[in-house]
Design a protein around this ligand. Structure first.
Ligand code: FE
Length: 233
């Protein structure tokens, strides 16, 4: 039912345009030589980013190990896009507002092909609710896209989304994303965070294969890892 409901509610004008992303990707590639050389680009490999007021630094440099799943790679499951996607998101991996005062989430990992080869230059376009379970329908809060680096690495610094109900349907905490990688089938999916009371929420879209590994938790910070495996070309 949710698939049908969300399918009919998707506004085609808000559908992700591969062409637009390719344009964005071209702009990125075209400018990356300068950006990497100057250290100005946010996602330079091994370059720590000084984040917001909490001063948590982002770095992809630790994401060097190959996912154990690659011993038996299976394609990341598809999950419905839902009705809340917005195109033309900002190029950023840091979705945190300033002065939020709540627990932060770092989701990071790599994108692999079906034979465990890293996928460089893939576009990951994320969107999620705020910590109270509300989507931004008019702006780009908690929305942003980024590109994997040469090792297929990505990282997202954000706040933990909340569960919500929409048209009588319950959703567990989740982050949506689309992955557009040249030469691979387009992937739309979600990553779930069934923590605490969220475990009690019934969500027919929930898939335990889409729960990330929790690397570290504290009262201020959750670090999670999830590697995406694209389908065959
Ligand atoms: Fe959602």
């Amino acid at each position: 039912m949710i698939v049908y409901m969300e399918a009919v509610m998707v506004n085609p004008k808000r559908a992700l345009s591969r062409r637009n992303l390719l344009i964005l990707g071209g702009a990125f590639v075209g400018s990356s030589g300068f950006a990497l050389g100057s250290g100005a680009f946010r996602f330079q490999v091994g370059h720590d980013i000084v984040a917001g007021p909490s001063q948590i630094a982002l770095s992809r440099s630790h994401l060097t190990n190959i996912n154990e799943d690659c011993a038996n790679p299976s394609q990341t499951p598809w999950v419905s896009e839902g009705p809340f996607y917005a195109p033309s998101t900002p190029l950023t991996g840091d979705l945190r507002p300033t002065n939020h005062g709540v627990q932060e989430l770092r989701l990071a990992g790599r994108v692999f092909g079906p034979n465990c080869q890293p996928v460089a230059g893939a576009v990951l376009d994320f969107w999620q609710t705020d910590p109270s379970g509300v989507y931004d329908h008019f702006g780009y809060k908690f929305r942003g896209h980024q590109f994997t680096d040469a090792e297929g690495r990505y990282e997202l610094l954000t706040l933990l989304p909340a569960n919500y109900r929409f048209l009588g349907i319950s959703r567990r905490r989740h982050i949506h994303l689309k992955i557009d990688a040249s030469g691979y089938p387009f992937l739309t999916t979600q990553v779930f965070f069934p923590f605490g009371p969220d475990r009690e929420v019934e969500d027919i879209s929930f898939d335990p294969a889409l729960v990330p590994s929790i690397v570290e938790t504290s009262s201020r910070f959750i670090e999670a890892r999830y590697d995406f495996i694209m389908g065959a070309r």
